[in-house]
Design a protein around this ligand. Structure first.
Ligand SMILES: Cc1ncc(C[n+]2csc(CCOP(=O)(O)OP(=O)(O)O)c2C)c(N)n1
Ligand SMILES: [Mg+2]
Length: 358
């Protein structure tokens, strides 16, 4: 008798992916959405310190792009640098839900020990470099990381995310130009979610698309439907292979849509609600991925339900565990300011400033 959990495997899986990898991608995208929903509840309970930036509607591209990287936990894998909406990429390269929740709650045992916000976290072993707030600046930083890989003769690749809005910065230009000239192993993911805070992307550039900037820099470019996870994986895999083969950087423009405001404080009053509804109803990345998995016989509904139930249990446990962690000790505020040593306490001026000489 056929096992109910086995699939019929009717269609060939694209891009050399295995069925296990397809299910793992489903787990990661479902985990991303559910973890953000949990974080939103914690935010409303005033337990999240700092901002919460949802990636609702664009989790698929975040997971599928990072999934194309060589993921290791011993400092030998590829490296990525996320943006505020790349929780999915972070989970894909190995961030754990409990450490993410601790980080958002600014607990003393979080990766940034309560000193940084949301996903501004770094673990070089697992291959992620926390974002820095000035938008665009991570492109030259990651170009530098990729330069190091090249100089050391390592076949490692860097992946950096940037929003449509942040492509208007000088740092974007400098970073991609340097990467192209030096033929660096870098993949630049431009997330065109059609908004930069309240500015629509048509006011961001006079070019018809962001991908058409790639040839101007002499680098490869590809535009992809960002809510089709398999298409994003395919484009990212091609770019990663090109980089690893020494053929230089690629700019991938992922077309997606930000279904929430910039952050929790933004009610999105500048967007027509029908537009958001339309994307939710017809172009949700998880709905589309589930349909592809089921229609092609790559997974059964029972398997997906079981994965979802496992995630719900894992997240309940992660939140309960993070809630137990202590906030940082007050003295912690004096460490990590300059180099390794603590700053001199008390951290105040010894001589009051002379206002006549200001
Ligand atoms: C250089 C710089 N300018 C402005 C900001 C403030 N800011 C933070 S996020 C944001 C919007 C970014 O939009 P986009 O790059 O499209 O990314 P998205 O939020 O859509 O993911 C702005 C203006 C900043 N952090 N850095
Ligand atoms: Mg944007």
């Amino acid at each position: 008798m056929a096992n109910k959990t086995r699939t019929r495997s009717t269609s060939t899986i694209p891009h050399g992916l295995s069925r296990e990898q397809l299910l793992e991608m489903y787990r990661l995208v479902r985990l991303t959405r559910s973890l953000e929903e949990k974080l939103e509840v914690l935010f409303k309970q005033s337990k999240v310190i700092g901002g919460l930036f949802r990636s609702l509607g664009q989790e698929g591209e975040s997971v599928a792009s990072a999934f194309a990287l060589r993921r290791r936990d011993d400092g030998t894998g590829d490296m990525l640098s996320p943006l505020i909406r790349n929780l999915g990429s972070m989970l894909t390269v190995g961030a754990k839900p409990v450490e993410v929740v601790r980080q958002y709650m600014a607990k003393g045992d979080s990766l940034a020990r309560g000193k940084e916000l949301n996903i501004h976290i770094t673990d070089l072993d697992r291959g992620f470099i926390g974002q820095i707030s000035p938008l665009g600046d991570l492109i030259p930083v990651m170009a530098g990381v990729a330069l190091t890989f090249k100089q050391r003769g390592q076949d490692r690749v860097g992946m950096v995310y940037i929003g449509d809005g942040a492509t208007s910065t000088g740092a974007f230009h400098e970073g991609v130009n340097f990467a192209a000239v030096q033929k660096l192993p870098l993949v630049v993911i431009v997330e065109n979610n059609q908004w930069a805070y309240s500015t629509p992307s048509r006011l961001m550039t006079a070019a018809k698309s962001f991908v058409e900037k790639a040839p101007g820099y002499g680098m490869a470019g590809e535009q992809v439907d960002g809510n089709d996870m398999l298409a994003v994986y395919g484009a990212s895999k091609r770019a990663v292979e090109r980089a690893r083969a020494g053929e230089g950087p690629t700019l991938i423009e992922v077309m997606t849509y930000r279904r929430k405001g910039h952050a929790q404080h933004d009610a999105q009053t500048y967007v027509d609600p029908a537009e958001i509804e339309h994307w939710a109803a017809t172009n949700d990345p998880i709905d589309r991925y589930v349909k592809a998995l089921l229609d092609n016989g790559w997974a059964t509904a029972d398997e997906l339900t079981a994965i979802g139930a496992g995630i719900d249990r894992e997240l309940d446990a992660a939140v309960a565990e993070a809630e137990q962690s202590e906030l940082p000790a007050p003295e912690e505020a004096l460490t990590d300011v300059y180099g390794d040593g603590p700053v001199n306490a008390p951290w105040t001026r010894h001589t009051p400033p002379d206002p006549t000489r200001a």
